[in-house]
Design a protein. Structure first.
Lengths: 290, 400
């Protein structure tokens, strides 16, 4: 295979894996912001929480990696419900500033709490053998873990798309995003819908946080460290849009990976450049409502 | 009335005299306790606490009071604020800690004005010690490991070509410059140079490793600010399959901090680093240090090169307090007392070069291998004795 094509495949593949991580972690944030108009800066905290659950499950309780991912996502989803119900709900009608103060406060509290219990040393998780090596696709080998990320991402996208576009609940969510008052007046219980969506979003964040351990290592500061990245994905994609979040994750993931490969001197410039250009042309993001 | 005045004077004399005899010396400690690099701070803090716990009684009649502040992110801004507070509010006569080079660089103007000696326990950019006559460094300069590594890589590891990859901030550039200087002097060629983003966030290292793989040098010399970056780099190195592709990983000891080595797995085996400390270093002081460490922090907690330097740092400060009999009010005397200080610590024999106020220490080339008990360990391949900061000897760039 020619050299250039080989490089392009590497960048596309690594970028795709990175994009899947971005998508899984950010999609919940996008829905929360689009649906509830709520600025949830504690989203990263739920992701971090999921990561630590997986660390405890695999390291201390001996649960295998993949079941741990499922357990952690569900657990964080359930844990996030009382937060939505008793804390977030009070501030749905408040100003952005109050929401930001509450949620960033929660994020810092979570960092302190997890530092107390887990310490600040980066954690890693034991992976099963089938995720450690390479998978050979005939023409070349790819790292198994990244291939796993890509497959998992594609499956989740399919499931989310189906749930969002084809099911009754999905229709209700879309209705509530478009026009909350109208949705309420036709008898949709928007409050309950919010709780459910919030839990699913937080659960997905937890999954993303757990998947990130292998990429970045996990420390309590994960809660705010990568938050800007998630917010960028959401802003570029457009609030509340599944399609937009996916497209933004792909564009950012692949261009950032390619940029790092070809022009490492530029550092994080590419991410910010994409953000600026997209938001200049489309201030509400790819699929946001203007 | 008169008698009272006399009594008052006598009491005053007693207090002043007593103060000189039994001083309570405040030591300002500035280390990162928050953020992704917090564990670097904790590695040094644990060594400080351990030394104080074991040796506070040796200072009698004097006592020490440790005042800790959070160094914050590796930008220097927070460090500057909290250190200024330590100087103006707490009136500490001596400062120590400082993991990040940007902190030490940002603080030079403050220290030069306040004239408070600062004993650096980590920050390794070579030219830092030139910024202030009140800086004394007990840890290392980036050149300590990187410069000897240049010749060693070419002559002994068999690197004819090398790629360099580094976290893009002063110590990273410094480490790479030192390696490159020595490596090219020995006859090697650096074919690729990759800055890997700022230190405050662990990046996805894969694209960088992929680039190295495609350039296919004999060796990859990498610098990262230890901690979480080290784990991330090693994972990407393993995942991309660089070792299989025949690219050896070499660098300073930051690549394989002892407290994270066990988690790094097979990817780390065969990595060769240059450094002044490893848990496996065989000397009496290190055995005693490790024993005390495990006794206090548990069998699963390990000291690393930062802890070893932290231990020696507190040792040097204690010796200074003893030497000056608890009176640290004259900063020049404090610095003079530290110049030429030497000990046989966990790192072996170390000394403060009186000319540069920087450390002189042994550097060991070490290879990661799997020990018979299944754990990863470091095997010492070669030792260079009494290494000085070569940057100041060669007067490179800002080291003049």
């Amino acid at each position: 295979m020619p050299h250039i094509a080989n490089i392009a495949v590497s960048i596309l593949f690594d970028g795709l894996a990175y994009a899947m991580f971005l998508f899984i972690t950010s999609v919940g944030l996008s829905v929360t912001m689009g649906l509830m108009g709520f600025v949830n800066l504690a989203h990263g905290a739920f992701a971090m929480c999921g990561g630590f659950f997986v660390v405890t499950l695999t390291r201390s309780l001996g649960v295998a990696f993949v079941p741990s991912l499922v357990i952690a996502s569900v657990a964080v989803g359930v844990i996030s419900m009382p937060f939505e119900r008793y804390l977030y709900r009070r501030l749905y009608k408040s100003t952005d500033l109050e929401q930001v103060l509450l949620t960033i406060g929660l994020a810092f509290m979570s960092i302190a709490t997890f530092t107390y219990f887990y310490g600040p040393i980066p954690k890693s998780v034991p992976l099963p053998d089938w995720l450690e090596g390479d998978v050979n696709l005939g023409f070349r080998a790819f790292p198994s873990y990244r291939a796993f990320l890509v497959v998992l991402g594609v499956v989740l996208i399919a499931v989310l798309w189906y749930a969002f576009e084809k099911t009754n609940i999905g229709a209700k969510i879309r209705a509530a995003v478009d026009n909350r008052r109208m949705a309420e007046s036709v008898g949709i219980n928007v409050d309950r819908l919010f709780t459910l969506t919030f839990a699913v979003g937080s659960g997905l964040a937890a999954l993303g946080g757990a998947l990130a351990i292998q990429l970045f290592g996990l420390t309590p500061s994960f809660a705010v460290l990568y938050l800007v990245l998630f917010l960028i994905v959401v802003a570029v994609g457009g609030l509340g849009s599944l399609k937009g979040t996916l497209l933004a994750a792909l564009v950012i993931g692949i261009i950032d990976t390619g940029g790092k490969y070809a022009f490492p001197v530029a550092g994080n410039l590419f991410i910010y450049a994409i953000t600026v250009v997209v938001l200049l042309i489309k201030p509400a993001g790819f699929y946001g409502r203007e | 009335m008169r008698i009272f005045r006399w009594l008052g004077l006598a009491a005053l004399a007693l207090t002043v005299g007593g103060g000189a005899q039994a001083a309570n010396v405040k030591i300002g400690v500035v280390l990162p306790f928050s953020g992704p690099n917090a564990d670097l701070g904790h590695q040094i803090d644990k060594a400080f606490d351990l030394y104080v716990k074991l040796h506070a009684k040796d200072l009698a009649p004097h006592t020490v009071q440790i005042i800790k502040r959070d160094e914050g992110p590796p930008t220097g801004a927070v460090a500057k604020t909290v250190t200024t507070e330590l100087i103006t509010n707490d009136k500490v006569p001596i400062l120590t800690g400082f993991v990040f080079s940007p902190s030490a660089i940002a603080l030079a103007s403050v220290i030069n004005k306040a004239k408070v000696p600062m004993v650096i326990a980590n920050a390794g950019t070579a030219w830092i010690t030139n910024l202030s006559p009140y800086y004394v460094r007990l840890s290392f300069s980036m050149w300590h490991p990187a410069f000897p590594m240049g010749a060693y890589a070419y002559n002994k590891i068999g690197c004819k070509t090398a790629a360099v990859a580094y976290t893009d901030f002063p110590p990273g550039k410094d480490s790479v410059l030192a390696f490159k200087t020595a490596f090219e002097k020995a006859g090697g060629k650096v074919t690729l140079s990759i800055p890997m983003g700022p230190p405050n966030q662990v990046p996805d290292f894969t694209p960088f490793m992929q680039r190295v793989k495609d350039a296919h040098p004999n060796c990859l010399y990498a610098f990262i600010p230890s901690g979480a970056h080290a784990t991330g780099l090693m994972k990407a190195y393993g995942e991309v399959g660089l070792r299989k592709a025949g690219v050896k990983l070499i660098g300073p000891m930051d690549l394989i901090p002892d407290n994270k080595l066990q988690d790094m797995g097979d990817a780390a085996i065969g990595t060769i680093v240059m450094g002044h400390y490893a848990v496996d270093l065989d000397n009496a002081a290190n055995e005693a240090f490790k024993a005390e460490w495990h006794k206090t922090y548990g069998a699963n907690s390990y000291p690393d090169f930062m802890s070893a330097a932290g231990w020696d740092t507190m040792h040097a400060i204690f010796d200074t307090i003893k030497k000056l009999n608890g009176n640290l009010s004259d900063p020049l005397k404090v610095v003079a007392a530290l110049k030429g200080w030497s000990t046989n610590g966990p790192r072996g024999h170390v000394m403060i070069d009186p000319k540069t106020r920087d450390i002189v220490e042994d550097e060991h080339a070490m290879e990661v291998y799997r020990k018979p008990n299944g754990k990863l360990g470091e095997k010492i391949l070669a030792t260079t004795k009494a290494v000085k900061d070569e940057c100041k000897i060669l007067k490179v760039g800002r080291c003049k």
